[in-house]
Design a protein around this ligand. Structure first.
Ligand code: BTN
Length: 242
């Protein structure tokens, strides 16, 4: 599709108005009004970023495991980046930001539809900065593939069977209930692991080390006094900068 306000909104619209198969991917060259997490706007310069959404029907997943959708999507998006650009060390910042060189290269927005206490559908939206080189003063911590590789990438080259293969592989792990495997994989790529980082809470900023993601979506952290405890997002927000 040439342009659309938000690929997530368009995917939801398609699901509401007609039959859409699981795995349907909506890709917009230009996303005019992209949505980020927690009501934020997702900025991407026209035609320079990968902005796509994939439709899933994870009705097999109990609501207490809903956070695993974020785990699967972040892992798949990270693996996808790693597959095309093997050298940079792509990390996942809790809960599901994609990071390289301590800067944000991409993000994941999951919108779930729950009916009768059951998950019906999930729109997994992925935004990755590919060719953008200027982010302006509002986004000082953004980075793109082009900035780290020095090369321009044709966006349409990235939409191919490998993308589907990678996302299918992680979705299958979710479907088969391989939660420990997903968690281990996530924790292997956790950004800032065992390094002092700053967390913002509504009251204060605290210095603590991300230790590992837990089954319930909480993150175990260790503060400077050596005390470990589990925290929830967004009560605790992990900052990119100290
Ligand atoms: C974030 O880090 O805040 C999540 C950003 C997700 C952006 C993607 S771009 C494709 C899809 N459509 C949207 O409107 N948002 C997501």
């Amino acid at each position: 599709m040439a342009s659309v306000a938000s690929t997530n909104d368009y995917a939801n619209f398609l699901c509401d108005t007609r039959q859409v198969n699981e795995g349907t991917l909506i890709w917009a060259r230009k996303q005019l009004n992209g949505k980020g997490q927690r009501g934020n706007h997702w900025e991407s310069e026209n035609g320079l970023c990968l902005t796509l959404s994939i439709v899933y029907f994870p009705d097999f997943l109990s609501l207490e495991k809903v956070n695993f959708l974020g785990v699967f999507a972040a892992l798949a998006a990270r693996d996808f980046l790693h597959y095309y650009f093997p050298n940079p060390d792509f990390k996942i910042k809790w809960p599901n930001d994609l990071i390289v060189n301590n800067k944000k290269i991409g993000g994941v927005l999951i919108e779930n539809n729950v009916q009768g206490g059951k998950l019906q559908r999930s729109i997994v939206g992925i935004g990755i900065n590919i060719n953008q080189e200027n982010f302006g003063s509002k986004l000082p911590d953004a980075i793109s593939v082009r900035q780290i590789t020095g090369r321009k990438t044709e966006l349409s080259d990235l939409i191919n069977p490998d993308l589907f293969r990678i996302f299918d592989q992680y979705f299958l792990a979710l479907k088969e209930g391989r939660f420990s495997e997903l968690l281990n994989d996530y924790n292997t790529h956790l950004w800032g692991k065992e390094i002092n980082k700053t967390f913002s809470t509504p009251q204060e900023n605290i210095i603590a080390q991300p230790i590992n993601l837990n089954f319930d979506g909480t993150l175990t952290i260790r503060d400077v006094k050596g005390r470990s405890f589990a925290v929830s997002w967004p009560d605790y927000k992990l900052n990119l900068r100290d």
